[in-house]
Design a protein around this ligand. Structure first.
Ligand code: HEC
Length: 185
């Protein structure tokens, strides 16, 4: 019995040691969390967008996108700040900071990363590239007149006077998901 007890307490100690292991495992977890949360947000946005286009065309979907993009991304999780950032942003709130720009540059380098996790004093910031991954994106981010219908272009201009998010081609980097995790370290 005594032997059995000590064996099980050893087991408990082993579990504790594993659970308390510092940084490397912790940062790996935030990277995984960032990956799965941004994937969920991306899927929600795309299915919403496609649904709206099917319902009322691209010009109607612009309206819909404007009203719903932020609440949707926020609804994925309240524990983390989820944003989309770009150097050629449509919504002024999505403008990349100087630091965001540095990360975006690495996503455009010859050997781009799949994603990246950056430690900040208050936690971690996760970035994942967003590319023009399907022809649908071009209906609102492609060449004016050629890809973007006049009605759609008008709606975009009305809502986003300083829009910089047109002229893209398939495969180009459009921006990045930016997830800020505030963590006590
Ligand atoms: C129906 C029009 C429409 C389509 C199609 C569309 N977008 Fe957008 N996109 C918008 C609008 C409108 C905004 C601004 C949303 C806001 O106010 O936050 C936006 C914003 C973005 C942003 C955030 C940065 C910024 O410029 O403000 C990214 C990234 C983005 N779109 C990527 C994509 C990708 C990738 C696709 C294809 C899967 C796509 N979009 C398809 C209309 C569209």
């Amino acid at each position: 019995m005594k032997r059995l007890l000590s064996a099980s307490s050893l087991f408990v100690v082993a579990i504790l040691i594993t659970a308390l292991k510092p940084s490397p495992t912790q940062s790996t977890n935030y990277r995984h969390l960032g990956d799965s949360l941004s994937l969920k947000a991306q899927q929600a946005l795309i299915s919403n967008l496609l649904g709206a286009i099917e319902k009322g065309g691209a010009a109607y979907a612009v309206d819909f996108c404007h009203e719903n993009a932020s609440p949707l991304t926020n609804s994925v999780s309240s524990q983390v700040k989820i944003q989309r950032v770009s150097t050629r942003n449509r919504n002024p709130d999505n403008a990349a900071t100087i630091f965001d720009k540095k990360i975006l540059d690495t996503f455009e380098s010859n050997t781009p990363l799949k994603d990246t996790l950056v430690a900040i004093p208050k936690g971690y910031v996760y970035y994942k590239p967003i590319r023009i991954g399907m022809p649908t994106c071009l209906q609102c981010h492609g060449q004016p007149k050629k890809d973007i219908e006049t009605a759609t272009a008008k709606t975009i201009q009305k809502k986003y006077r300083f829009d910089k998010a047109t002229g893209y081609q398939i495969g180009q980097l459009r921006g990045a998901w930016k997830l800020t995790f505030l963590v006590d370290k």
